[in-house]
Design a protein around this ligand. Structure first.
Ligand code: AZC
Length: 791
């Protein structure tokens, strides 16, 4: 499509979809018109893909996820259909700034962090590979909260409203609606049971087409919105009870109102359980409806249907599918269990015990009475089959969703090599012994379209110039860059692109935050959710120690650094919020110190999201991946940094291990204890006190916080953080501090060998093509879903 043709399409949508002429069009109108014009281009591959799948009666993948952290869609879609240049020219020709139009799109934050972003990368890869697939989730009215910082540096949360303006990508599907019940009673009738729910809501589908690279294939992201069965109580209204009249509607809509902002603590909230059942049940009904339109023999279900449970959030899929097959379609119970299991896969994303969902049996029995019975029957069946077992699904009055997912899945996967081994050895050790073939590894990946081509056009251009086209969907080809890295000319180009990205980021930080940063300094970046195991506090302690040493010894050859933080803390996570508060106040004090200004700046832009990551990662020199070993299941940010030519400072945790193997140990700043050593270390009750006693820098940094230096003299302000470090320190910040400090000084030295730094940065890009989510999805297709690509 030429720029002129696209221009005409935009004008048509301005007029007929937005009801505006060009002279009166706002930025929003222009963005919507462009979105609709691009969406039109996606329809053809979308229909083609759907028809091809129906014609071939292919097996389809259903990816069930409570979260899809998709971010903005417009730029990505334009790129995938190959219209970036035409779009830029057309929009400019109509008198609008192209970047401003792209930036007008709200960032759809329908997820918390890693797990949700992974689901979004998987959608892109499934479409790119021609894997017939549907993503199923919830159309949250409010995604993850918006973060700001108060004048005192504390995190403030406000509701996010991405749906305030109409969402140009989606198609409402009123005909695809299912009634989802809750509560009520169960009556036994013969061999099965009849569940009569006490209340119900409607799940209505909203479809977003997801187009793959070069527009060859498009799949559907189907998100469910909750609606009342009966919109409005006219009788109550007529009696003057206006609030009461709207009550049924308000109640029903609550289910798809907000995303739970807690990514690692399962809170056992009734509404959350209802959300999980709501979208899982609607999705399963949709899946069975589609199956029934093509086939009649339900025992063949697993030859046509692969359902992936992204974490335990959709774990109720097991019992619900059994219920649909047994109670509603008359399949014998054990066969229903077998059939369901043959369809289901389960991905584990964390070993953190507090994140493994458990529901009180009483709550489960009250919200989903029939499912509780089915769960008990599944549990009893498993116990009969494996009489030696000591674990069970229902235990101490709780239903354990991890065990339920494991038992109801034919494959269970971890998300990095190390994590998968730990899954086998720890959380599911006994179940693994009983089912030794069930656990497989599928190391995470990221989509190179968004995270290299879109986010870093300079680097993408250099790659294409060097190795030719076609690397975007064959990222393993990045190894072909390696011979070029020996050329000075290539390295200079590589360094110049990084420098350009850094200038752009420095300008943005200047405009957004009013903090001047030196683009020639090293950009040292830690962006991710705030959690003690991710150890942002280790980073800020090192920052304080570094500041003190620079002051004491200004000419000791410090590499100038800009320390950049980004990320949100769950609103109820007190310790994480205290760490955020501390970082902001350390930044305030350090940035005000004129004597160290050239060497150290700390910036923490609020409201980290996908869009901000796209800005930060291409401009980063150093990637902070410093979790307590054994705690970060994989990480995916770490992959994005390496691909964009940042060097990593990190522990042997998650996918860091695989990154280091690929880029070479000599090109990775390793520090800290291994997962086994951490476990050993914890056996010494005073490991933290000992580490503090041994490290004068750590001691001084903690004491400085305790002196009130960052809290206007208030000595008690950060007691929560410092006392925890001194007495408990479960995440071994203190024990790893000196090793981290030393690694940072190795980073300083490496920074001064700038050409060699660039060489290593380029090697990072060349050697990490394996982390494309295309590779990951091929793994799922072959090992778990048994689905063949259609293109
Ligand atoms: C994250 C893991 O913490 C991260 O290591 C991993 O890369 C990512 O999933 C994708 O697999 N987990 C979550 O986001 N949330 C939960 C509940 O684990």
């Amino acid at each position: 499509m030429s720029a002129t043709e696209l221009r005409d399409a935009i004008l048509k949508h301005l007029e007929y979809s937005q009801g505006k002429d060009l002279a009166h069009a706002s930025l929003y109108d222009m963005r919507m018109a462009l979105t609709l014009a691009i969406r039109d281009k996606v329809i053809e591959p979308w229909f083609r893909a759907t028809r091809a799948t129906y014609a071939a009666q292919s097996k389809r993948v259903y990816y069930l996820s409570m979260e899809f952290l998709i971010g903005r869609l417009l730029e990505d879609a334009i790129m995938n259909v190959g219209l970036t240049e035409s779009a830029r020219e057309a929009v400019l020709g109509l008198g609008f700034d192209f970047e401003a139009v792209l930036n007008d799109e709200p960032d759809a934050a329908l997820g918390n962090g890693g797990l949700g972003r992974l689901a979004a990368c998987f959608l892109d890869s499934m479409s790119t590979l021609g894997c017939p697939a549907y993503g199923y989730g919830i159309r949250y009215e409010h995604g993850l909260f918006r973060q700001s910082f108060g004048p005192d540096g504390r995190q403030i949360e406000t509701a996010e409203d991405w749906l305030r303006q109409s969402h140009g990508w989606e198609f409402e599907r009123p005909e695809a609606a299912f009634r989802i019940g809750f509560g009520g009673t169960v009556a036994e009738s013969g061999r099965s049971a009849v569940w009569t729910p006490e209340s119900a809501v409607m799940a209505k589908a909203y479809d977003t087409p997801i187009v793959g690279w070069q527009g060859k294939w498009a799949n559907t992201l189907r998100l469910w919105g909750a609606e009342p069965l009966r919109a409005f109580d006219l009788n109550a209204f007529n009696k003057g009870d206006f609030t009461g009249a709207a009550a049924p509607e308000a109640l029903a809509r609550t289910i798809s109102r907000v995303l739970y902002p807690d990514d690692t603590t399962a809170q056992g909230k009734e509404l959350r359980l209802k959300q999980e059942f709501f979208f899982t049940a609607a999705s399963l009904r949709d899946i069975l409806r589609r199956f029934a339109s093509e086939h009649s023999d339900l025992s063949a279900l697993s030859s046509r249907v692969a359902i992936q449970m992204n974490d335990t959030h959709p774990a109720i899929a097991g019992p619900e599918l059994v219920r649909l097959l047994h109670d509603e379609r008359g399949m014998e119970f054990d066969k229903a269990v077998e059939t369901a299991r043959a369809c289901l896969g389960y991905t584990n994303h964390t070993l953190m015990p507090e994140a493994l969902e458990r529901w009180p049996e009483t709550l489960m029995a009250q919200v989903l009475p029939r499912h509780m019975q089915i769960i008990e029957r599944i549990d009893a069946g498993h116990a009969r089959q494996y009489p030696s077992r000591t674990v069970s699904i229902v235990e101490n009055g709780e239903v354990k969703m991890g065990e339920l997912s494991f038992i109801m899945a034919n494959k269970v996967n971890g998300v990095s090599a190390l994590h998968t081994e730990l899954v086998k050895d720890t959380v599911f050790a006994e179940l693994h012994a009983l089912h030794p073939d069930r656990i497989v590894n599928e190391t995470n990946g990221v989509t190179p379209r968004r995270w290299v081509k879109g986010a870093n056009p300079g680097l993408a251009g250099l790659i294409t110039e060097t190795i030719g086209e076609g690397w975007e969907d064959h990222l393993e080809r990045l190894v072909e860059l390696e011979p070029a890295i020996g050329d000075q000319g290539f390295r200079d180009r590589f360094a110049a692109i990084k420098a350009e990205n850094k200038v752009a980021l420095a300008n943005w930080i200047g405009t957004e935050m009013g903090i001047p940063v030196n683009p020639d300094a090293m950009f040292d970046v830690q962006i991710k959710r705030f959690h003690e195991y991710k150890r942002q506090h280790l980073n800020i302690l090192e920052t304080i120690a570094l500041w003190q040493e620079i002051r004491a010894n200004p000419d000791a050859g410090w590499a100038p650094r800009v320390k950049i933080f980004g990320g949100k803390a769950a609103p109820g996570y007190v310790m994480a919020k205290e760490i955020i508060h501390l970082i902001n106040n350390v930044a305030r004090i350090i940035n005000a110190d004129k004597t160290t200004r050239e060497l150290l700046t700390v910036v923490y832009p609020p409201n980290y999201n996908v869009t901000m990551a796209e800005r930060l990662i291409p401009a980063s020199d150093l990637s902070e991946q410093i979790s307590t070993a054994g705690k970060e299941a994989s990480g995916t940010g770490n992959m994005k940094f390496s691909l964009n030519g940042a060097l990593t400072i990190g522990t042997l945790d998650g996918a860091n291990v695989e990154i280091r193997d690929l880029v070479g140990a000599e090109n990775f700043f390793l520090f800290g204890m291994t997962a086994d050593e951490v476990v050993e270390c914890r056996k010494t009750p005073d490991h933290a006190a000992r580490a503090i006693a041994q490290s004068k820098r750590l001691k001084a940094a903690i004491e400085m916080i305790e002196s009130g230096a960052f809290s206007h003299g208030d000595k008690a302000m950060y007691r929560g953080v410092t006392q925890n470090l001194r007495t408990h320190d479960y995440f071994t910040v203190c024990a790893d501090f000196d090793s981290y400090w030393d690694a940072q000084r190795r980073v300083d030295r490496a920074w001064f060998q700038r050409d060699d730094w660039t060489r290593i940065a380029a090697l990072n890009t060349a050697r990490t093509g394996w982390f494309s989510s295309d590779r990951t999805i091929k793994g799922y297709m072959a090992d778990i879903w048994k689905v063949a690509p259609m293109i």
